[in-house]
Design a protein around this ligand. Sequence first.
Ligand SMILES: *Cc1c(COP(=O)(O)O)cnc(C)c1O
Length: 401
Amino acid sequence: MSDWKGRVDADMMRTFPTGQALLVRGEGTQVWDEDGNRYLDFLAGIAVNSLGHAHPAFVAAVTEQAATLAHASNLFNTPPQLELAARLKRLAGTGEQGRVFFANSGAEANEAALKLARRNGSPTRTRVLSVNGSFHGRTMGALALTGKPSLQEPFLPMLAGVEQFEPTLQALRDAIDDTVQAVVLEPIRGEAGVRMFPDGFLAEARELTRAHGALLILDEVQTGIGRTGTWFAFEQEGIVPDAITLAKGLGGGFPIGALVTFGAASELFEPGQHGTTFGGNALATAVGSAVLRTIEDDGLLDNVRERSAQIRSAVASWDSPLVDHVRGRGLLLGIQLTAPIAAEVQRAAFAAGLIVNAPAPDTIRLAPPLIVSAAEVEEFSSVLAGVLSRFADETDRKATA
Ligand SMILES: *Cc1c(COP(=O)(O)O)cnc(C)c1O
């Protein structure tokens, strides 16, 4: 496509910088740009393409459901939405008491969660809490939860009663009291640079919210659907939340989001209190079920754990002075660099045929498809090791110059 950058400049809203390439095709863990350059995709559309690109199960679900019944409105129910709701309840372990609300994105799932939180309100119970540096989406409610002043400031005032605290145990204890409707937390903060809470933080958040009658809502938009090696990240914390929100990996590239509730939180919404035209349509939910079925049938959770260990030992084997440590779980990993060169490393990796990203100045994020193979991890390792050793040589030269 001639002059695609000019067309981006002329036609697209200026919300994002121009993309790095015009991608035209994908297959498995690879994508191609319009010039035929191939890239190894270790970002998966930011933890979205859980089955990689053009997976046969994804393609079959889209084409078969599109040819059967795509959309029917919420005046009707459809078999795919009921199948996906039951599947999500089973995988999340909600038991019979769980319920599912379908939306179309992570932000919308969090909007539903915020309204759920408001339903746990009273004249004196009016606050919803999240942490500084968190990311929960860009719509006004989700943005109020997103603890990034730079994202909020152009759009003030924020929603009343939504507040952030520092992600420390002490700040958590200080923040929670009987005025709190809900605490909303990402089990691992992906956009903040794959940051983990201190040990015991989520367990204490569970105890304190329960003690004060507040809901614990976990934003698993990025960590859910097998990304961290279990179906949901909360399973590794030994806690049961009141609700989780899902999106990214659930549709494997098809837009879908969900709010899943546990226990009494399932009874907070009454008929007519929330809705969406597209949410839970037959097409999106059929694709969601196909994604979950494939992850189960193909044993992809085992693959996530095995490839995660392989990536960690590969990074350790580089013995690079530019790598401090690797954090995260499963296939949501952050490589902490010893210098704020993540954006340059990301660009150099892209030029060398590898897609990763830089959510923070000193962090490279890896979120490959859950189907990534051992050979692809080896390829990733040799490309990124090569890129980093070139940067290390340059740093050396500058130091000795
Ligand atoms: C991406 C993300 C969102 C927002 O999802 P959208 O689909 O972009 O609206 C919310 N929460 C978390 C944790 C995310 O990673």
